[in-house]
Write a protein that binds this ligand. Structure first.
Ligand code: F6P
Length: 346
């Protein structure tokens, strides 16, 4: 194809590496092919309200490689609002003469990209999320950065927990999938990891903790994914209802579990909720490289007319997978991976 006009947006929660993708798309599409790049602002909202900036392969764009967040801005949009706005989105794309749209986002953004693709819009998706829960790709950028931050925090909690002979609960992100918890737990030698995929029994948790202290060990570190749930017979978790984007509102599982543990085993328990610190700041080298390769391949796919796909890491290669396949289900922690980790529990 000759010169194209490429639209781009970042949607959903931000994630370290988004700017590295943006830079790679601009360098490839504008720098290599002379394409025009239109960046829509604040996720799908930019397309609903026709708010955009123009980007080119200059020094300012080049320096985005290491910068956290997203210069395009991002936002969460309720799926119903998006569905209702599809015609408006198509209109904005037409008005701006966009030949291909590159949405960079998680499950929600890629699902919207899939709807658009079914309506005949040319799209090439780029998966992002610190949660690592997008299917059909081995990993998403942002996960490694979040994992490094969580691991560093847990390493530090080990020494203070040891000094005070305490139980420490560390709540990490992971709404439906426990990848951050699983990996951070393994990397930092946590004594237990609780993930959304495996409901936990509070009695069993307490028993494991007691046993460790009885053995004479000094402390107990437990990593808890924010979306982890107790077996309802062992403990009742406060309900938080649904937020304006249709997501379950969390009520702090680690803090509630801490109260139960203190009550049941009489040990001092402290809770650390890592929260959005896991998503902030510059990406790790691994995430910079993955994001750069995703951006490069997305721009190339846009040029080659390979629409309706998402770039994905398969082994060491970047491949294209149909968006339809990628958004069918979330990539959860499989039971055998959790069992592997459990060899180090207690
Ligand atoms: O999807 C990424 C994520 O960071 C989740 O791990 C977390 O549950 C959610 O976003 C938090 O969303 P918000 O930034 O809207 O509080």
């Amino acid at each position: 194809m000759g010169h194209m006009r490429i639209g781009m947006l970042t949607g959903g929660g931000d994630c370290p590496g988004l700017n590295a993708v943006i830079r790679a798309v601009v360098r490839t599409a504008n720098g290599r092919y002379g394409d025009s790049i239109v960046g829509f602002q604040d996720g799908w909202r930019g397309l609903l309200e026709d708010r955009r900036i123009y980007m080119q392969n200059d020094d300012r764009t080049d320096r985005l490689l290491t910068k956290g967040g997203t210069v395009l801005g991002t936002a969460r949009t309720h799926p119903d609002k998006l569905k209702a706005g599809i015609e408006q989105i198509k209109q904005t794309l037409d008005d701006n003469g966009i030949d291909v749209l590159i949405p960079i986002g998680g499950e929600g953004t890629l699902t919207a990209a899939h709807w658009l693709s079914e309506e005949g819009v040319a799209v090439v998706g780029v998966p992002k999320t610190i949660d690592n829960d997008i299917d059909c790709t081995d990993v998403t950028f942002g996960h490694d950065t979040a994992l490094s931050i969580a691991t560093d925090a847990i390493d530090r909690l080990h020494t203070t927990a040891e000094s005070h002979q305490r139980v420490m609960l560390v709540e990490v992100m992971g709404r439906h999938a426990g990848w951050i918890a699983l990996h951070a737990g393994l990397a930092s030698g946590a004594h237990l990891t609780l993930v959304p995929e495996e409901p936990f029994d509070v009695d069993a948790v307490c028993k494991m903790m007691k046993k460790r202290f009885q053995r004479g060990d000094s402390h107990f570190i437990c990593v808890v994914a924010e979306g982890a749930h107790p077996d309802p017979e062992s403990m009742t978790l406060r309900e938080g209802g649904i937020d304006e984007y249709g997501h379950e509102r969390f009520t702090g599982v680690a803090q509630q579990l801490a109260v139960e543990i203190e009550r049941r085993i009489g040990k001092e328990v402290r809770t650390t909720v890592l929260g959005h610190v896991q998503r902030g700041g510059k990406p790790t080298p691994y995430d910079r490289i993955l994001a750069t390769r995703f951006g490069l391949h997305a721009a190339e796919a846009a040029h080659a007319g390979h629409f309706g796909n998402m770039v994905a890491l398969r082994g060491t290669k970047i491949e294209l997978v149909p968006l339809a396949d990628a958004v069918k289900q979330l990539k959860k922690v499989p039971t055998d991976r959790y069992q592997e980790a459990s060899a180090f529990f207690g």
